[in-house]
Design a protein around this ligand. Structure first.
Ligand SMILES: Cc1cc2nc3c(=O)[nH]c(=O)nc-3n(C[C@H](O)[C@H](O)[C@H](O)COP(=O)(O)OP(=O)(O)OC[C@H]3O[C@@H](n4cnc5c(N)ncnc54)[C@H](O)[C@@H]3O)c2cc1C
Ligand SMILES: *[C@@H]1O[C@H](CO)[C@@H](O)[C@H](O)[C@H]1NC(C)=O
Ligand SMILES: *[C@@H]1O[C@H](CO)[C@@H](O)[C@H](O)[C@H]1NC(C)=O
Ligand SMILES: *[C@@H]1O[C@H](CO)[C@@H](O)[C@H](O)[C@H]1NC(C)=O
Ligand SMILES: *[C@@H]1O[C@H](CO)[C@@H](O)[C@H](O)[C@H]1NC(C)=O
Ligand SMILES: *[C@@H]1O[C@H](CO)[C@@H](O)[C@H](O)[C@H]1NC(C)=O
Ligand SMILES: *[C@@H]1O[C@H](CO)[C@@H](O)[C@H](O)[C@H]1NC(C)=O
Ligand SMILES: *[C@@H]1O[C@H](CO)[C@@H](O)[C@H](O)[C@H]1NC(C)=O
Length: 624
C-alpha cells in the first residue's frame, strides 16, 4: 500500500534511534521523586498545593468523600488559573479542549466540507490518523459515537462525549508527574492515551485530564544487560513508551535482533500492549510481551518517578508486567530483552464456501482444528479469519507465521491438513514464502489494521489445550465455531502457545499458559439501532454466544486488551489466579483509585454513568 509506506517513512524520520551502547539505565532515571518543589518556585501559593507530590490526602483540596470524580460543573473543578499554571509548568504542553477530528463534518465553527470529504471510510478506518491525534481512539463505540464522520455513522452533530477535556502532550517524566499530581490533588479524572488501540476504549474518559504518551519515542540499544534475579544476560532495548511496533521492529532489525511485540503495525507495544500481557508472532517462542520486560521507569500514583525492576519497587514491577495499563502508574520507559533475529516461513491464502459449497467448507474447517496442538507446540502463530457474508463463509490464513522455521519444516506442519483439503477438492494456493529475517516477514505478512466499526462489539476466549486433546473435544469446538458463523458472527482466531519462560513470575493472565487458541467473535447490529436495542443485542451476545464458548471451556479466560466491556467476572477472566494479589497491590500502590480503566484491576469500585446507558466513556466516573 503506497500511501502507508510513505507515511511510515515520515514517522520514522522523527523518531530518535540512538545506537550507542549505554549504561543499564540512563542517568535521567531517578530512584525517588524528582525535585518538583524546585520547579514550583514562583507559583502562586493559592494553586501550588495542586502540583505537590505526596500521599493522596496531603493536599487539603481533595474531597475524597465525593461520589464521583470532579467535573466542570462542580465547584471543585480547578480554576482557569490552575489549568494555566499546569500549562506553564509543562512548558506549554497542555492542549485545551482538543477538537474531535470529525467536527469538520458538522455545522459549527469547525465546519470544513473539504476536510470532511477526506474522511472516507477507507481513510478513517486506517489507524494512522487516530494514533497521532491527542484524543481520537480506535474504538468509537466506547467513545460514545458523539463525533463520527457521517460516511461511517451519523452522530447528528459533534460533541466531546467520552473524549478528555485537557491533554498533556508529555515528552518527559516531569510532565507526567505534574499531571498525576494535579489530577490526584484536584480529583479530576485522569486517563492515559498512547495510540488509542485498546478495544475497550480505555484511553478515553469524559472531561478527563489525559496524559498523551505518543511522543515518548526514544529508543536506546544496550549491548549487554545483566539481571541475575531474572537470569538474563544479553542485549536489550530501552524504549520510550510511545514507541510503536513498526518503530521498535525496525530498530531491532538494524541490530540483527527481534523484540516481542504485536502483529499490528501501529500498536503501542511499549504502552498498554506490554502492560496488558500482549501476544506476538513470537509468543510461541518467548511468551507474551510482558514476559520479556526487564525494567520500567514509572510515575507512581503519588507522583514519584521510580525504577521498577527485579530489585527496585518489585511489587510495582510484578504488577506492571500483565496487570494492565492505567492501573498502577504511568510508565515512561520500558527495557525489554532483545532476542536474536531469525528466519521465518509464512503462508497466506483463502478459500470461500462460494466456491466449495457449505459442506465441503465446513469439512475443511473441521479438519483444520486437528492440527492446532501441533502448530502451537511448534511455536507457530496463525492469525486466521472466518467471515460470514450473506450466507457464504470465507476462510483466510492471514497469515500462518512460523518463526525459526525453514520452508520444509513449515510445510511439514501444514501438510496433513493440505492433504485433507486436496482430498476434499478445495482449491487453494498456500504461497509458502521464506524470509531470512523477522522484519521483512512481519511487514509482508500481516494485514493493515483497521479502526473498529461503529456497530460492532468483540469478545474473546483463551481456549486451552483441554479443548483439543480428544477428537470429541475438537468436534465440539468446531461445532461452536460453525454455529457462531451461522449466527453471522465475524471470527478472528490466533492459534499459538504462550510460552512461559524460566524465572517468570509476573501478573500475566494465568489463562494464557495452557493456550492453543485465542479466539474472538464479534456481534454486529443495524447501524440505526437505538441504545436500548444495542444493549439488548450486546447482552444477548454475552449471555448466549459467548456463554456457549465459556460453557465448553470452563475455567478458561479472555484477553483484557481484545475484549468486551461486558465480560462477566472479568477479574478471573483477564488475570486468572493472579487477580487476588493484583487487587491487594492496587490498594497498596493506588489507594485512592487515581488510575481507572474499564475492566481494570479494582475497577469494580467504579462505574462510568454513561448518558445513553451503554458501556462507554461518555459519562461521569462515579463510585458504585
Ligand atoms: C488493529 C489492532 C491490532 C492489534 N494487534 C494486537 C496484537 O498483535 N497483539 C496484542 O496483544 N494486542 C493487539 N491489539 C490490542 C492492543 O494490545 C491493545 O489495544 C493495547 O491496549 C494497545 O496499547 P496502546 O498503548 O497502543 O493503546 P491505548 O489504547 O492508547 O492504551 C491502552 C491502555 O493502556 C494504558 N496505557 C497506555 N500507555 C500507558 C503507559 N505508558 N502507562 C500506563 N498506562 C498506559 C491506557 O491508559 C489504556 O488503558 C491490537 C489492537 C488493534 C486495534
Ligand atoms: C465533599 O463531597 C460531599 C459529597 O459530594 C459533599 O457533601 C461535601 O459538601 C463536600 N465537601 C467539601 C468540603 O467540598
Ligand atoms: C506534541 O509534542 C510533539 C513533540 O514535541 C510535537 O511534535 C507535536 O506537534 C505536539 N502535538 C500537539 C498536538 O501539540
Ligand atoms: C534496578 O534499578 C535500580 C535503580 O535504578 C538499580 O540500582 C538496580 O541496579 C537495578 N537492578 C537491576 C537488576 O538492574
Ligand atoms: C449482501 O446482501 C445485501 C442485501 O441483499 C446486499 O445489499 C449486499 O451488497 C450483499 N453484500 C455482499 C458483500 O454481497
Ligand atoms: C450455506 O449455509 C448458510 C447458513 O448456514 C445458508 O444461509 C446458505 O443458504 C447455505 N448455502 C447453500 C448454497 O446452501
Ligand atoms: C506470495 O507471498 C509473497 C510474500 O507475502 C508475495 O510477495 C507474493 O506476491 C505472493 N504471491 C502470490 C501469488 O500471491
Ligand atoms: C432502521 O432501518 C431499518 C431499514 O433500513 C428500519 O426497518 C428500522 O425500523 C430502522 N430502525 C430504527 C430504530 O430506526
Amino acid at each position: 500500500m503506497a500511501s502507508s509506506t510513505f507515511w511510515l517513512t515520515a514517522v520514522l524520520a522523527v523518531s530518535t534511534v540512538s545506537t550507542t551502547a549505554s549504561p543499564l539505565l540512563s542517568t535521567k532515571a531517578a530512584t525517588g521523586a524528582l525535585d518538583i518543589n524546585l520547579d514550583l518556585q514562583g507559583v502562586n501559593p493559592a494553586v501550588k498545593p495542586l502540583f505537590l507530590p505526596g500521599s493522596p490526602n496531603s493536599a487539603a483540596t481533595t474531597n475524597t468523600t465525593s461520589r464521583c470524580k470532579v467535573y466542570p460543573e462542580d465547584s471543585a473543578w480547578p480554576s482557569d488559573e490552575a489549568w494555566a499554571q499546569l500549562n506553564e509548568l509543562t512548558e506549554g504542553r497542555v492542549i485545551t479542549a482538543p477538537t474531535p477530528l470529525a467536527a469538520v463534518c458538522y455545522p459549527g465553527k469547525d465546519y470544513d466540507a473539504a476536510q470532511c470529504a477526506k474522511y472516507t471510510i477507507a481513510a478513517w478506518q486506517k489507524s494512522y490518523i487516530h494514533m497521532i491525534d491527542p484524543i481520537e481512539m480506535m474504538s468509537p463505540v466506547a467513545q460514545g459515537l458523539t463525533c463520527s464522520p457521517p460516511t461511517l455513522y451519523d452522530s447528528h452533530g459533534c460533541t466531546r462525549g467520552g473524549f478528555p477535556m485537557y491533554v498533556v502532550n508529555a515528552t518527559e517524566p516531569k510532565h507526567v508527574q505534574l499531571a498525576v499530581n494535579f489530577a490526584r490533588n484536584t480529583g479530576v479524572r485522569l486517563v492515559v492515551k498512547n495510540t488509542g488501540h485498546d478495544f475497550l476504549g480505555k484511553s478515553g474518559g469524559k472531561d478527563a485530564l489525559s496524559i498523551w504518551t505518543h511522543w515518548m519515542k526514544d529508543i536506546e540499544y544496550i549491548e549487554e544487560y545483566v539481571d541475575e534475579k531474572l537470569g538474563y544476560r544479553g542485549p536489550a532495548f530501552k524504549s520510550g513508551v510511545g514507541v510503536q511496533a513498526f518503530e521498535i521492529y525496525k530498530a531491532a532489525h538494524e541490530k540483527g535482533r527481534v523484540v516481542v511485540g504485536g502483529e499490528g503495525e501501529t500498536v503501542g507495544v511499549m504502552g498498554g500492549y506490554i502492560q496488558g500481557g500482549g501476544h506476538s508472532p513470537l509468543t510461541g517462542l518467548y511468551g507474551t510481551g510482558a514476559d520479556s520486560v526487564l525494567a520500567f521507569e514509572v510515575v507512581t500514583a503519588d507522583g514519584e518517578f521510580v525504577v521498577a525492576n527485579s530489585t527496585s519497587h518489585t511489587d510495582l514491577f510484578w504488577a506492571l508486567r500483565g496487570g494492565g495499563g492505567s492501573t498502577f502508574g504511568v510508565a515512561t520507559s520500558v527495557t525489554v530483552k532483545a532476542h536474536p533475529d531469525l528466519e521465518v516461513t509464512a503462508s497466506r491464502f483463502s478459500f470461500s464456501s462460494a466456491q466449495t459449497g457449505n459442506e465441503t467448507f465446513w469439512a475443511a474447517i473441521r479438519s483444520y482444528v486437528d492440527s492446532w496442538i501441533a502448530n502451537a507446540d511448534a511455536g507457530t502463530y496463525t492469525y486466521w479469519t472466518l467471515v460470514p457474508t450473506n450466507g457464504t463463509f470465507a476462510f483466510g490464513f492471514s497469515p500462518f507465521f512460523a518463526p525459526g522455521k525453514s520452508v520444509e519444516e513449515a510445510t511439514a506442519l501444514l501438510q496433513p491438513w493440505f492433504n485433507r483439503l486436496n482430498d476434499l477438492g478445495v482449491k487453494f494456493d498456500p504461497n509458502i514464502t521464506h524470509f531470512d529475517n523477522y522484519y521483512d516477514a512481519w511487514r509482508s505478512s500481516f494485514p493493515l489494521e483497521a479502526v473498529q466499526k461503529p456497530n460492532v462489539a468483540t469478545a474473546s476466549r483463551l481456549f486451552p489445550r483441554a479443548n483439543f486433546e480428544t477428537a470429541e473435544k475438537r468436534q465440539e469446538l468446531y461445532e461452536h465455531i460453525r454455529s457462531s458463523s451461522e449466527k453471522n458472527r465475524v471470527q478472528v482466531h490466533f492459534n499459538m502457545q504462550a510460552k512461559d519462560p524460566a524465572n517468570n513470575d509476573n501478573a500475566v493472565n494465568s489463562h494464557w499458559r495452557p493456550l492453543v487458541s485465542f479466539s474472538m467473535q464479534s456481534v454486529r447490529w443495524p447501524i440505526n439501532s437505538t441504545a436500548v436495542e444495542i444493549l439488548k443485542i450486546r447482552k444477548d451476545f454475552q449471555d448466549i454466544d459467548m456463554q456457549s464458548w465459556r460453557d465448553i471451556s470452563p475455567g478458561a479466560g479472555g484477553y483484557l486488551a481484545e475484549a468486551d466491556r461486558l465480560e462477566p467476572d472479568f477479574g478471573n477472566a483477564f488475570w486468572g489466579d493472579k487477580y487476588p494479589k493484583l487487587l491487594e497491590l492496587k490498594k497498596k500502590l493506588d489507594p485512592q483509585d487515581l488510575f481507572f480503566a474499564a475492566t481494570g484491576v479494582g475497577s469494580e469500585r467504579w462505574r462510568v454513568e454513561s448518558v445513553d446507558g451503554l458501556p462507554n466513556e461518555n459519562g461521569k466516573l462515579c463510585r458504585v
